[in-house]
Every structure is written in structure tokens, then in C-alpha cells.
Design a protein around this ligand. Sequence first.
Ligand SMILES: Cc1cc2nc3c(=O)[nH]c(=O)nc-3n(C[C@H](O)[C@H](O)[C@H](O)COP(=O)(O)OP(=O)(O)OC[C@H]3O[C@@H](n4cnc5c(N)ncnc54)[C@H](O)[C@@H]3O)c2cc1C
Length: 510
Amino acid sequence: MGIKTFEDYYERMLRMKPNVYIDGEKVDRSDPRIRPGMNVIKETFDRANDPEYEDLCTAISHLTGEKINRFTHIHQSKEDLLKKQQMTRVLCHRVGGCIQRCMGIDAMNALSVVTYEMDQAFGTDYYKRWEKFCRYFQENDIVGNCAQTDTKGDRLKRPHEQVDPDLYLRVVETRKDGIIVRGAKVCNTVAPYADEIIALPTRFMTDKDSDYAVAFAIPADTDGVKLLCRPAYPHKRKKLNAPIANMGDVESFTVFDDVFVPKERVFMNGNEDPRVTPFAGFLALLFAHFHRHSYTGCKAAASEILASMAALVAEYNGIEKEKHVREKLSHIIGTAELVFAAGEASAYRAERAPSGTYIPDEVLTNAGRRLAGEEIYNEYKILADLSGGLSVTLPLEGDFYNPETGKLLHKYIMRNPKVPAENVHRCFRMIETALGSEMAGLMQVAGLHGGGSPQMETITMMARYDLEALKSIAKYLAGIEKELPRYTRATVTPRAILERFRQMYPQVKK
Ligand SMILES: Cc1cc2nc3c(=O)[nH]c(=O)nc-3n(C[C@H](O)[C@H](O)[C@H](O)COP(=O)(O)OP(=O)(O)OC[C@H]3O[C@@H](n4cnc5c(N)ncnc54)[C@H](O)[C@@H]3O)c2cc1C
């Protein structure tokens, strides 16, 4: 059966070879600094085993017909995309931030489409290899990290133009039984508590960049993989336990120090077959696209989490009904709803790729994701504004339980007599986590750059939007053109891009 428990997963983690480095030490997966991140992943197992969430958090595998965790599912319909988005929103609410497990499955969905197309174009067997891996992924309820972001060196130079050729992950040797890869991927969420690392290209590649057109999956403790990790978690609580206090995140700077990847786990290799190189850019964008669609669920939730805190503190402070407060709250709520609506509309407009995978609409997804990214700092500003300075100057927890100072703090923190002092304390302690902790800094930058900086969404949208068709409206209104063709949405879809690829590459007769 394809649904495992947190305990199954945790046992797997404990069996892994130690290759996690934190602050100069090499540690295994039982290190307490990793546990808050694992607590987030726990939610994805617990809810898949919870009858109340079964419809959202499980799906039926298109490969085996078995019930599986939705975080291992390849979207087979518009309904699947809608449910994935809802699941993401709901689970993010429960952990107070990023659910962290979407990267792996977004990478798997992108690979399902692109490996299929490469096989159609060139008679390779990447899709077969990927399908075998996908069965393993689903049957074992695997947690996957997606390692896409390269270190990238000089941003304006292509991979082959960099002073050091390893600044983008590349294949240094193709052998009969596999490949050797070298390079590093950065900002890798979940990597030290993932079973598998799924590496994908980060950008379009020219014909001189074939060695960099590489995709594969390997166990996260493979020899030569070094996970240089930065944990982030709220201040440790002594007494006042709360769900948000137990969650955290660990980011990895992942070094591939001449790592062997067996052939069956290689899903693209431009070093061996340069013809596949143009598909690297398509894979990079398609992962970003599936991931940005996930963001329309999680970023809506991130905004709602901030709005919920702002609303609660405003109530406790007695200002809830003030006009400026309602305006500020409505601003965050409006953004959250629009971002989610963009993702929903993208799902309704999804197209079926030849592999069978459903791909959401690109322009709408990017528009939603960009709105979320642009608004994130404004939303933090609203929470800081409505909370006041105590949100980051609150005395530490011990002072609330010290017999000498505890009573005084509980007396002076009171606002509304109907709200117990401990609830006020809890509220500010939670907001301290959201605004003033290491997690807060991480969540802000994640809101901006995760899934691609806002500029990347702009580039994607403008590449897909037909400006000439748009301008025909103005030309008609100005009298430059006599006729205005009946309006159709002027965008190029991923399916159309795949069709263009198919025209470029004569299909292999099977
Ligand atoms: C919390 C967090 C979690 C993340 N998780 C993951 C993950 O799990 N896996 C993963 O692979 N990645 C992950 N990322 C990485 C994320 O996708 C990148 O941060 C993002 O794509 C931006 O890339 P960068 O950080 O290299 O910044 P840069 O690309 O250096 O961007 C910095 C600035 O330079 C601009 N810029 C960049 N290139 C050019 C150019 N050629 N011309 C003009 N301007 C340019 C950008 O628009 C931006 O304004 C995560 C990031 C964060 C913050």
C-alpha cells in the first residue's frame, strides 16, 4: 500500500548515512536541529492517514491503481490540480507556513511530461526509467527534494562561459552504467530530511551547454553528496507549547562532489546525447510552473496566516473594528483570495500533455504567484503595524514563569478583561515567531524568491502572452485597423510549445 506513516519515514531517515553538515559538524538525521523540519513533513503523513482529510491528501495512482499520498501523485485531471492546491493551502495553515513537500512532486510532474517527449522525439528510454522510479516513489511514500537552483556564478553568463565550469551542475563523465556529476545546488528545502534528491536544470541551455542538460534522482545520502545545512526554527519553548513552536525548516547548500548516478536514475543527459539539450530549458520552466501553481495554494495560506494573526492581535488590542484595521486586513484577505483564484482558474484551464499529465495555465499561475511575491513584505508590514512593538520586544518565556516576575508580566500584559493573560501572552509569542525569529526572515525571502524571483514570473508571462494580438484592440479603437478579431485569450500554452518541439524533432517510429 502506498501510504506510509511518519514512523515508517522516520525509521528510513535514521537508517541513512550521515552526510548532513551543520555549523561545522557532520550529524545524522536524528539531530534535534532537523526535527522541527521533520515535524512539518509529519503533517503530510498524518493527514493522509486521517479519514477527515483523505479526499484531499490521498489519490489513486495512475500507474498501479493503488491509493497513494497526494504528495506522490501525477496529476491526471483538472480535479487533481484543484485538490493539490486545496491540500497545500489547508496543510500550510496547520503548520503555520511552508509545507515543504511540494518541490519533490512538482519535479516529478515536470519530469513525467518532459521524459515522455524526449522519448517520442529521439527514441530514448527516459520515460521508462522515470516511470520505474515513480512507482518506487509512490509505493514507498517517498519525500523528495528538488535541487534546481544552481550557484550560477555570474548571472549574465551561460554555464559554459563561467570562469569555473562547475558553477552549474554538470555531467563530467558518462559511463556505461551511469554518470558522474559535479556541482552544487543551493537553497534546497527539505534536503536533509528527504529520501531522494531530484536534480533538474535551472535554465535554458545552448548547444555549448549540453553537459549541463542533466536530470536525475538519487538517495539523499549517496556517496559524494554533502548537505551543508542551515536550520531555522522558533525560539525553544519551555512551558507554553503551541503547534507553531514545533515547526521549522532546514535549507541545504548541496554539493555533488563527483557523484555517481546509476543509469536507471538518469532522466536527461545532454553529455551523452546533445539532442536533448533544448529540453533542459523546458524542464526547468515546467518544474517552476508546477511549483508556482503549488504556490498559489501555499502563498494564499501564508497571507491568511499573517491575516489571522493580525486579526487576533487587533481583537486583543481592542482595535478590531477600527476602519484602518479593517482596510488593512481586507487587503491581505483580498490578495490571498486572488492568488488562490488564479491557481484555481489555472487548474480549470489546464491542458493534458501527451504523457497524460495535466498542466495548469501558465499566464494565470505566474500572475498569481507574482502578486503573492510582490505583496509579501506589505503583509508583514501590516502585521507589525497592528501588533505594535511588543511583538519583538516581549520578555522571554522564563520571565512569565519566574515567581518574582511572572505575576507582574501577567498583570501588565492584560488588555481586554475577557481575554485571559495567558492567551495574550500566547498571541504575542506566536507573532514573535512570525515577525522576529529566524523562521520569519526565511518565510519573507521565501515569499519573494521561492519558485523564482518576481522578475522570472514576468519573463514567463511575457514570453507566453501574444502582445501583437493584444495591440489589435488598440489598433481597432484608434482606427488604424478596420476590423477587431473576436477576442480570444492571446497566450501560448505549454502544450503548444510541446507541439512546436515535435515539429522541430522528427518523431521516432516505434
Ligand atoms: C526559502 C527558500 C526556499 C527555496 N527552496 C528551493 C528548493 O527547494 N529547490 C530549489 O532548487 N530552489 C529553491 N529556492 C531557490 C529559489 O528558486 C531561488 O532563490 C530563486 O529562483 C532566485 O534565484 P537566486 O536565489 O539564485 O537569485 P538570483 O537569480 O541571483 O536573483 C537575484 C536578483 O538578480 C536578478 N537576476 C538574476 N539573473 C538575472 C539576469 N540574467 N538578468 C537580469 N537580472 C537577473 C533576479 O531577477 C533578482 O532580482 C528557494 C529559495 C528560498 C528563499
